[in-house]
Design a protein around this ligand. Structure first.
Ligand code: C5P
Length: 325
């Protein structure tokens, strides 16, 4: 990777940066075929929500360390955020090191993209902290190598994902809605869910529902009708114990007026999208009273996502001391 004369690292509070790593949901996800590289050809609609991990990057003279208190988060080389730092350091020829402190709030292995978002946040943050200046576009090839979902988190908002889900096209109409995310505390392996799907997969060229959503978004009107997640049946095959809980969650979300209720990614988190905050709050309360872990969130547009980033660069040093890990 070539080192470009870009924006230098901000000078105040030198050596320390606190950055957000937001979760995503998939408003729709269709799997078209198995590719030659073993991955699956997707058509998906990504959407950022404001549920987030907090990452603090602290410069060290050399070496990369990662600390996190969450028991299910792999450390060091097993962690995508650590690998992101290591790859960036190597490819940009950086001699300095970093300590990555991860305060985990996004459910792990829930289809919410937490690990990928952490990795993208480390890329964007270190690009700034180490004064490399590649920016989101310049970081794309590296993000692609780290994982299929990582490129999306360089841009955020409402975006179309093609190919492995790593070819990203931000949409003109950005979704603004309230979201209820239900975490069934049942981690699912993405690879295992995709493998389950293979048995029932009929290869096809394109996805009509996703195309229709994109076309309607070009006209400035967004309809969630017909959107679906092809991984839902495969996820339930992988985790049959989830079936009853998932149909109960869907029933409550729809009863309270969700315009879309679906599994996100390969699961196991489930979400409902609401046009009114009051309905979302009622759904969240109803689910919580039945014993579900339900988070209330809002969507973030691509502009809001970018602003949150720029804001965090401006605040480096000031908020870093408050992190929990
Ligand atoms: O790229 P990432 O490591 O996040 O993907 C995790 C797993 O999900 C892959 O190893 C692969 O089994 C599966 N996957 C896939 N097709 C995609 C994305 C992910 O088969 N488009």
């Amino acid at each position: 990777m070539v080192r470009r004369p870009g924006r230098p690292a901000a000078r105040e509070g030198a050596g320390r940066l606190r950055v957000p790593a937001y979760a995503k949901i998939n408003l729709g996800l269709e799997v078209l075929a198995v590719r030659d590289d073993g991955y699956h050809e997707l058509r998906t609609l990504f959407q950022t929500i404001d549920l987030k991990d907090e990452i603090t990057l602290i410069e060290r003279p050399r070496g990369i360390r990662l600390t996190c208190r969450h028991p299910d988060v792999p450390d060091e080389a097993g962690n995508l955020a650590w690998r992101a730092a290591e790859e960036l350091q190597r490819r940009a020829g950086v001699r300095r090191g970093v300590e990555i402190r991860l305060d985990k709030r996004i459910p792990v292995a829930g289809g919410l993209g937490g690990g990928s978002s952490d990795a993208a946040a480390v890329l964007l943050g270190l690009d700034r902290l180490w004064g490399i200046g590649l920016g989101p576009e310049g970081l794309l090839p590296l993000a692609r190598r780290l994982g299929a979902d990582v490129p999306y988190f360089l841009f955020g908002g409402t975006a179309l994902g093609l190919a492995r889900g790593d070819e990203i096209y931000p949409l003109l109409s950005q979704v603004r809605a309230d979201v209820v995310v239900v975490d069934p505390h049942r981690p699912l392996s993405t690879a295992a869910v995709f493998a389950r799907l293979d048995a029932r997969l009929t290869p096809r060229q394109n996805s009509y529902t996703i195309q229709r959503f994109v076309a309607s978004s070009l006209r400035g009107e967004v309809s969630f009708r017909g959107l679906r997640n092809d991984l839902e049946a495969a996820a339930l095959e992988e985790a049959p114990d989830l079936e009853q809980r998932m149909s109960r969650v869907r029933a409550v979300l729809e009863r309270e007026g969700a315009v879309l209720a679906s599994l996100t990614g390969s699961g196991s988190a489930f979400f409902g999208l609401f046009e009114r905050r009051g309905s979302a709050t009622r759904a969240q309360r109803a689910l919580a009273s039945e014993g579900f872990t339900a988070h209330l969130a809002r969507t973030l547009t691509a502009r809001q996502y970018r602003r949150a980033w720029v804001g965090s660069f401006g605040e480096r040093g000031r908020s870093a001391g408050r992190t929990r890990c």
